[in-house]
Design a protein around this ligand. Structure first.
Ligand SMILES: Nc1ncnc2c1ncn2[C@@H]1O[C@H](COP(=O)(O)OP(=O)(O)OP(=O)(O)O)[C@@H](O)[C@H]1O
Ligand SMILES: [Mg+2]
Length: 364
């Protein structure tokens, strides 16, 4: 089933007269297709949970409409919406066994025990919980408990699954495993899902599309690749991964190309995002892995001259901060496979360059 949000906004008015009202969600429009998994990603307080609660029906919107498939559900209470929510604190019942926890929803629906058992066994095998039938939650690992919570949400075959930071209680390693697991299960059952996180790697892993939010508003909607390599504005570029902004000026434009002067040299950009990148002050968005460093005076030449201010060796990569004259912030370069690429030492004079095809232009 599809989910559609039309002009949704939410204003919380505080009872305390000294506190101003909070506009948590501002004019959000979003369509999630049937079977799609979409992630709401953004900094703390940007309105992710509020948006999710509006879909589930736990929070009424101040304005706008919520559609599930072809039905406007604003007036329906949560239990009539055919959505299921998986929370950060996954709240499985401590006094029930794993199978009782998972079958709970079906029991409420009045299913016969044999039928419940068959359904519970089926889902436990999919979720790799086979041998845990009679265990209690306190005899499970965090990841297993998380899977029980997920199985309990999925067994009711909700049309829409809503996740609010479901993995934030787990350690880093388990989080990485579980996000793959969630994606696999979502794909197996093709359940339309909205997933909330502020972890960008998690969003990249589980999503068909990512919705980047800031301050109650949608900044960009796109596939992970688009969000990372073609960010719509500085906020998105900065929030998703690490980034260098290199300022320049358009000195010519023709046939969908813009020539940008960076002071020490110029570059020609094709694949322009829009007409705003045809003249005036521009910014090249260059990811650290796309910034190339070479020794000063080497044959390759370069765009900007600088000095290695800092280097951090991480094994597979080395991260360098390069100070460029006339720039307040150093540029960040990540060099992969340093044994082959060679090392630079602090204080060394270098030149940096980038391929415009791997960069993205924004208005300055
Ligand atoms: N019941 C409420 N009453 C008043 N303000 C609220 C209420 N619930 C949320 N807010 C405010 O609305 C804004 C959005 O909150 P929300 O919980 O949606 O953010 P979030 O993006 O989920 O953040 P986080 O990543 O920290 O969970 C915040 O400024 C928050 O303080
Ligand atoms: Mg939240």
């Amino acid at each position: 089933m599809s989910v559609k949000l039309v002009d949704i906004s939410k204003v919380f008015s505080s009872s305390d007269r000294h506190e101003r009202r909070v506009v948590a969600v501002k004019g959000v429009n979003l369509e999630v297709s049937a079977g799609e998994m979409v992630t709401l990603l953004g900094p703390s307080g940007c309105g992710k949970t509020t948006t999710l609660r509006i879909v589930s029906g736990f929070e009424p919107p101040t304005t706008g409409e919520v559609w599930i498939d072809n039905e406007m559900v604003n007036a329906l209470p949560p239990n009539k919406r055919d959505t299921s929510m998986v929370f950060q604190s996954y709240a499985i019942f401590p006094h029930l066994t794993v199978s009782q926890n998972i079958g709970f929803g079906l029991e409420l629906k009045g299913w016969k025990p044999a039928r419940i058992r068959a359904e519970v066994e089926k889902i436990m095998s999919v979720m790799d919980l086979r041998d845990m039938f009679n265990r209690r939650p306190d005899q499970l690992s965090g990841g297993q408990q998380q899977r029980v919570a997920l199985a309990r949400a999925i067994i009711n075959k909700p049309s829409v699954l809503l996740f609010d930071e479901p993995l934030s209680n787990l350690d880093a390693k388990l989080r990485e495993l579980m996000r793959l697991e969630i994606r696999r299960i979502q794909q197996t059952f093709r359940i339309t899902s909205i997933y909330v996180t502020h972890d960008q790697a998690e969003a990249m892993t589980v999503s068909d599309r990512i919705v980047v939010m800031n301050d109650g508003e949608i900044m960009q909607v796109g596939a992970p690749f688009e969000i990372y390599s073609r960010p719509a504005n500085r906020f998105v570029a900065d929030f998703i991964g690490r980034v260098n902004f290199i300022e320049g000026t358009a000195v010519g434009a023709r046939d969908g190309e813009t020539i940008v002067d960076f002071g020490a040299g110029s570059k020609t950009f094709s694949n322009l995002p829009d007409d705003r990148t045809r003249d005036g002050n521009l910014i090249a968005v260059v990811r650290p892995e796309s910034l190339q460093i070479s020794r000063s005076g080497s044959a390759t030449g370069g765009l900007l001259e600088g000095r290695i201010a800092k280097s951090v060796y991480l094994g597979p990569t080395v991260e360098y901060e390069v100070e460029i004259e006339g720039r307040s912030r150093p540029l960040l370069a990540v060099v992969y496979n340093p044994i082959e690429a060679g090392f630079f030492s602090a204080g060394e004079r270098v030149v940096v360059d980038f391929n415009p095809a791997a960069a993205h232009l924004l208005p300055g």
